[in-house]
Ligand binder design. Structure first.
Ligand code: PMP
Length: 384
């Protein structure tokens, strides 16, 4: 595994079946298994069959700049963005990647001048997503180098990563730097209505999305980028060609079917109102955040960020923010390291230090299965 984000520990609830009451609860990585129950309720609407002879070629559509993008997936991505209204896809190239993790690296490659004497600085405002430093530096590229907190960036040429809503703290973000030589990558993995009100259709030069956090299908390893500039798009495509000669067609066909099922749930007659992913997600997240805030109150030693409601153009009402992660601060006297404190109570979380922040903070996934989440809030409320 290349990034800390996806480091897997198997001696706990991670990826496994319901745990016993005193089991280790692993909420370190953002594994979106909460969505399993939605897809079970969808019957065969998300199923696909791929015949043995099908999808053999490396190529998907040689007339498309992104020749390894399955046309059905391209179509369903654009349809979903139109339905949700979270991003403008129509004047952008769609590039598919093996997760948005690959697209993030493709974007760094595409934005770095090939003849640069010094690696370009890659920055993001604290607290930043913990994979950014690890993924930027693991190959010690001569093109770019992790340079930490965007607010402390002194150089003129840089790439700023803007994650909004932000992993780990759920805040809505804009770029903090704004120089002529700077470039920005918008990571919009969580800009979906189950996590945050949709307030406008984003229209940036490079926007990254992932199936993992949209529908829960992290295991398919599919993400997509919306890229305005043709030359940047070409260089990103070149990176993916060199890195993996395209992206699994099987995964793209599955993702296309999954997206189709979601859009159909909203756009086709649906008298029982059953097949609406974002409604399911919002309901679950709302319940979970309520339970979490209650547990924090009962315990008395933690605090959580607060969010203001806004009008959501998708839901057509004022909605709350329910981030995919809880950014929990431990205020107990004598506790300097919240992650160790929770670990001593068999709760695995990610230490604030990985996000460029204080050890008093941890990040906790809110997207695990119901049983694991309920076990977590029960245990948290008992800590004093
Ligand atoms: N960006 C952010 C902000 C994320 O939280 C994640 C997943 N944790 C990713 C990118 C990577 O997603 P993928 O599974 O598509 O590689």
């Amino acid at each position: 595994m290349v990034s800390e984000e996806e480091e897997i520990s198997v001696s706990s609830t991670s990826g496994s079946l319901p745990a016993s009451k005193d089991a280790v609860i692993n909420l370190d990585h953002g594994d979106p298994t909460m969505y399993e129950s939605f897809w079970k309720g969808m019957g065969n609407r998300g199923d696909i069959t791929i015949a043995g002879w099908q999808a053999i070629s490396y190529f998907s559509d040689v007339t498309n700049l992104c020749w390894f993008l399955e046309p059905e997936f391209d179509h369903e991505i654009r349809r979903l963005h139109r339905l949700v209204g979270n991003a403008i896809a129509d004047n952008h190239f769609v590039i598919v990647g093996t997760g948005s993790t690959q697209l993030f690296q493709a974007a760094l490659y595409a934005l770095s001048p090939p003849d640069t004497p010094e690696p370009l600085s890659v920055v993001s405002a604290v607290p930043y997503y913990s994979s950014y430093p690890a993924v930027t530096d693991y190959l010690r590229s001569g093109l770019y180098r992790w340079a930490g907190d965007a607010s402390a960036c002194k150089g003129n040429a840089y790439i700023e990563l803007v994650c909004s809503p932000n992993n780990p703290d759920g805040s809505i973000r804009e770029a903090v730097l704004n120089s002529e030589n700077g470039m920005t990558i918008y990571d919009l993995a969580y800009y979906w209505p189950q996590y945050t009100p949709i307030t406008r259709a984003e229209d940036h030069d490079i926007m990254l999305f992932t199936v993992s956090k949209t529908t829960g299908h992290a295991g398919s390893r599919v993400g997509w980028a919306l890229v305005r500039n043709k030359d940047v798009a070409k260089r990103m495509i070149k990176f993916i060609e060199l890195n993996s000669i395209g992206v699994s067609k099987d995964s793209q066909l599955r993702a296309a079917k999954i997206f189709k099922a979601i859009s159909d749930g909203y756009e086709l007659p649906n008298p029982e109102n059953k097949y609406k992913l974002f409604n399911f997600g919002r309901q679950h997240m709302s319940m979970r955040w309520k339970k979490l805030r209650e547990a924090v109150k009962v315990s008395g030693i933690f605090s959580l960020p607060e969010f203001q409601p806004s009008h959501c153009t998708f839901a057509r009402e004022r909605t709350e923010t329910y981030p995919a992660f809880a950014w929990l601060e431990c205020e107990k006297e004598g506790v300097e390291d919240c992650e160790s404190f929770l670990r001593s109570h068999k709760i695995l979380s990610r230490n604030g230090k990985h996000f460029g922040a204080d050890r008093k903070y941890v990040r906790i996934s809110m997207l695990d299965r119901d049983h694991t989440f309920d076990l977590f809030v029960e245990r948290l409320s008992s800590l004093t």
